[in-house]
Design a protein around this ligand. Structure first.
Ligand SMILES: [Zn+2]
Length: 341
């Protein structure tokens, strides 16, 4: 076995947790009824794994107002057999996936790094560290990520520290994955190590927060990202309460949608719920769009002009001779029609 995977049966980002504390709602809210209310909003999802998602997802995301995404490099589920699969994966994040996204009208950025789970395979991790500089300086790479702790092992710490140094050298923001188990300790440890390496907390996005971690993250000057992921502690009703309590400064939400049971529409749905709960449009815009842009544009690789007036896509475009249209398809299908033509 080529990695420490005693938890390999886990879903990707989150394990099942005890039932979330419910904010009572008087009605069963239906997305279909609420999507109209957020028409005109633009959303930015700063954490989503599109290589694991379908063309339906891209179409639904664009329709719901998502104009740009960041795809962090992470664990693909299948244990790697060698360095070449990392090369292909990083290449697809800056290549084919970015092209595929553009074909659906969504601007795609990425963060590049060695994720914590795979840091536990030392031989491979050393090889990956050698090739990271070939990718992190590429166009559209807006940070080093997602890095940090999973099982909180010594090897995870070793490669986390090395990558913090890489981020400093490359002048790139850092996107930190915090662990699911023993989260509070892992989050504190991630932050103190990054400060120890001299990183400016305003260049560090601490991800997968919850009520236990948010105060300390914000108090120390870091960005606090929240992942709205089904069947876990962090549902969107609780996200509404967090924004009510902590405001919108340095808070951002994301879907972290991946190959697990997740929701690529988590941001527009949460925005609709916030609107329903009386949160102002300005606040909603900050936590679903502006704050993420502010954090990652420090890379110099993210420009709002790339997507704020829409991402132009030419359906006849090709990427190394390949197009998303198979056999002369038309790019847009009427998704509300029963007929498939
Ligand atoms: Zn992720």
């Amino acid at each position: 076995m080529c990695e420490s995977n005693k938890h390999s049966e886990n879903p990707s980002h989150f394990e099942a947790q005890s039932a979330a504390k419910e904010i009572p709602t008087h009605v069963d809210l239906k997305w279909d009824e609420y999507r109209e209310k957020i028409k005109g909003f633009q959303f930015f999802d700063p954490h989503i794994h599109m290589v694991s998602r379908t063309t339906d997802d891209y179409q639904n995301m664009a329709q719901a107002g998502i104009v740009a995404v960041i795809e962090p490099a992470f664990w693909v589920g299948q244990p790697r057999t060698g360095l070449a699969t990392f090369k292909d994966y990083y290449s697809s994040l800056v290549g084919w996936e970015r092209f595929r996204s553009s074909q659906f009208g969504i601007k795609h950025y990425c963060t590049i790094g060695l994720n914590s789970r795979e840091a536990n395979n030392e031989r491979l991790a050393d090889e990956v560290m050698e090739i990271l500089p070939l990718y992190i300086y590429k166009e559209g790479v807006v940070g080093i990520g997602e890095i940090g702790f999973d099982d909180q092992t010594d090897l995870e710490e070793k490669y986390y520290r090395l990558q913090l140094e890489l981020a400093k050298e490359a002048k790139l923001p850092v996107q930190i994955h915090t662990p699911h188990r023993d989260k509070k300790r892992g989050t504190e440890r991630s932050m103190s190590i990054s400060l120890e390496h001299g990183l400016d907390p305003s260049w560090v996005v601490v991800d997968h927060n919850n009520e236990e971690t948010v105060k300390s993250v914000l108090d120390q000057g870091f960005y606090a990202a929240f992942t709205i992921y089904p069947f876990t502690k962090m549902g969107n009703k609780r996200m509404v309460s967090i924004v009510e309590q902590y405001g919108s400064e340095r808070i951002m939400i994301n879907s972290s949608a991946d190959w697990g049971i997740s929701d690529p529409l988590a941001i527009p749905k949460t925005a609709a719920l916030m609107l329903e709960k009386g949160i102002s449009k300005e606040t909603i815009q900050k936590v679903t769009y502006t704050n993420a842009i502010e954090a990652f544009s420090k890379s110099g690789q993210l420009n709002i002009s790339d997507f704020e007036v829409g991402v132009a896509s030419d359906p006849s475009d090709k990427y190394y001779g390949n197009t998303v249209l198979r056999g002369g398809q038309q790019p847009k299908q009427n998704r509300n029609s029963l007929l498939i033509e």
